[in-house]
Design a protein around this ligand. Structure first.
Ligand code: DGJ
Length: 570
């Protein structure tokens, strides 16, 4: 089937019958006393399945069909009023949403959760889960979201310093006062969630801080920082490095190898001199701070928590980009310093989407993309990360501003993800799925080859609107993807010789990749949809739709699901 336009039926349902009951329930739960709330269902949590890590919500693995709001939208319930139904109609199930320390604790120790409660209420009314972003000590490196009583008391809440002794608007990571003030506020926020969200579990994960990183210098030059920089590398870090020596990232190994694997010493003695060492030093201290904030929050409500990173522009050195954040080359330092943080996550605004996504899917680190550049490609990026990288979620940035093709395509793609969720979560982490996405936006005709379920899948990407001429050569590729035209998808092996394929603009030629007869034919290809997890067949495809048995094709310009059975012959 084809989904070219946002489905508005959910919004209509909410507006009609659902409203009164849901509104009453939401109010009841926001007002429910803590003892009542604590009796409720299991908390959202992470669990392993094979090589994947799944997010479990309300007892079931959950795929976040998300979108992150622009920074200021969630500061006004009025501004958000038309946004909620729009997001629900776009088939999101989760909104990634800032909460602001300065609005939550406008005076020290005086907390105001009216805004938070209003956001929870609206999310519930629209059937949406929330992933709050704790905009606190750091937001894109800077400290703009700290309350005025923090900003105005530099003596008690010191800032980082540049080389020439001038302050930078980045609260110092070397100040216990800074850290404990943030931790107290975060604990109060999480305590409040425990009290008001105990039954509904509207909040499913929390991001601690936002894009932590040091810029425009590679390290803080304050006296407190310099003292620690010239002191020994902490024993905890040295012991982590020793225990994980064989699996450290290439970059960290190289730094440590440069000193001949010194077991102790100052940062420069152990890792060498230069901005890379400054970055390791800062990463350790940022991560310790974030870990303390996370720990304080988890003590109140133990939800999965993560940190996100601004990525590195090619050729930039530490200090030129927000350095020392939760970047893949620093994952060992972050893990050693911040065991309470469940995973690190990328904000992908560069064109090499696949490369960055792959770098964050590593043993012990599930892929969750809290931010990605909004655009038509999101539709296929989402299918790729769920199919190929066992992602637990995907979330374009500034989702409320999505219009035109970006919005329509994402809606169609999220509709597919919603239908396929039971199948995807069943097969995660078992080597039974693949995701398809062109490596670049350049026209490319070389088929990508995937091995799945005893077959090789040769995949080519077609251009929307391209005619489907009969091809003399079954393996020949149709015209490739150019510009913003989205093509991509996923495939799942669901039984012997049987696959579910989903996506747009794909041609798949199957080849034998296991013992048996060498040639492969299509026994059947059927399009259809999953309704409540059950396959509901549509057209039976043959003839031109499979190029007379030569390939499976998901045409560009629409999002389809097909179930395919193969057979072998000589
Ligand atoms: C990444 C940040 O995390 C967001 O809060 C926002 O500032 C975007 N960049 C803007 O592109």
């Amino acid at each position: 089937m084809t989904h070219a336009f946002p489905n508005r039926s959910f919004t209509r349902r909410v507006k009609r019958g659902g409203f009164t009951l849901a509104a009453a329930c939401a109010l009841l739960f926001v007002c429910a006393p803590p003892s009542h709330a604590r009796r409720q269902s299991a908390l959202p949590h992470l669990r392993k399945q094979g090589t994947a890590t799944q997010l479990v919500v309300d007892g079931k693995p959950f795929l976040v069909r998300g979108g992150e709001l622009g920074n200021s939208s969630a500061s006004s319930l009025e501004y958000m009023r038309p946004v909620w139904p729009k997001l629900a109609a776009m088939k999101l199930n989760t909104v990634v949403i800032p909460v602001y320390w300065e609005l939550i604790e406008p005076a020290e120790g005086k907390f105001d959760f009216q805004l938070v409660d209003g956001l929870l209420r609206e999310a519930r009314l629209h059937g949406l889960k929330l992933v709050p972003l704790w905009f606190a000590t750091w937001k894109n490196s800077m400290s703009t979201y700290v309350p005025a009583w923090v900003k105005n008391d530099q003596k008690r809440f010191p800032r980082s310093q540049g080389k020439e002794g001038r302050g930078i608007e980045i609260l110092s990571t070397f100040s216990r006062e800074n850290m404990e003030a943030d931790a107290r506020a975060f604990a109060a926020f999480m305590r409040h969630l425990r009290e008001v969200d105990g039954r509904e579990r509207t909040v499913i994960m929390v991001q601690v801080e936002n894009e932590i990183g040091m810029i425009p210098d590679s390290r803080d030059r304050s006296a407190a920082a310099e003292k620690l920089f010239n002191g020994p590398v902490p024993a905890e870090l040295m012991s982590y490095l020793t225990q994980h020596k064989e699996t450290l990232t290439t970059e960290l190994r190289a730094a440590w190898a440069s000193s001949g694997w010194k077991p102790r010493g100052t940062w420069e003695e152990v890792f060498g001199r230069g901005p890379a060492t400054d970055e390791i030093f800062m990463a350790w201290h940022f991560a310790r701070y974030a870990n303390r904030v996370t720990e304080a929050g988890k003590a109140e409500l133990d939800l999965p928590m993560f940190v996100n990173a601004a990525l590195i522009r090619p050729g930039y050195q530490p200090g030129q980009y927000p350095s020392a954040g939760p970047l893949p080359h620093l994952i060992d330092v972050w893990r050693a310093a911040a065991p309470r943080i469940d995973f690190i996550a990328p904000d992908i605004y560069f064109p090499n989407f696949i490369e960055w996504a792959r770098r964050y899917k590593r043993p012990g680190n599930p892929l969750f993309i809290p931010e990605v550049q909004l655009g038509p490609l999101n539709s296929v990026q989402a299918l790729y990360v769920f199919g190929q990288l066992d992602a637990i979620g995907f979330s374009p940035f500034s989702i409320e501003s999505a219009t035109g093709p970006a919005a329509d395509l994402l809606t169609a793609s999220y509709d597919l993800v919603e239908q396929l969720t039971p199948l995807i979560v069943e097969h995660q982490g078992k080597g039974e799925m693949v995701g398809f996405l062109p490596e670049t936006n350049e026209p490319q005709r070389v088929p990508q080859r995937f091995r799945l379920g005893g077959y090789a899948l040769n995949v080519t990407y077609e251009r929307p609107g391209s005619a489907q001429p009969a091809q003399a050569n079954p393996g020949a590729a149709p015209p490739a993807q150019t510009g913003d035209a989205p093509t991509g998808g996923l495939a799942v092996t669901v039984g012997p010789d049987e696959f579910v394929v989903a996506g747009t603009g794909l041609v798949i030629v199957f080849e034998a990749d296991s013992p048996g007869d060498p040639l492969v034919g299509i026994l059947s290809a059927q399009e259809g949809k999953y309704v409540n997890g059950r396959w509901t067949p549509g057209r039976w495809l043959n003839g031109d739709q499979t190029h007379q048995g030569r390939h499976i094709r998901l045409p560009a310009g629409r999002f389809d699901i097909q179930r395919v059975k193969l057979y072998r012959y000589r």
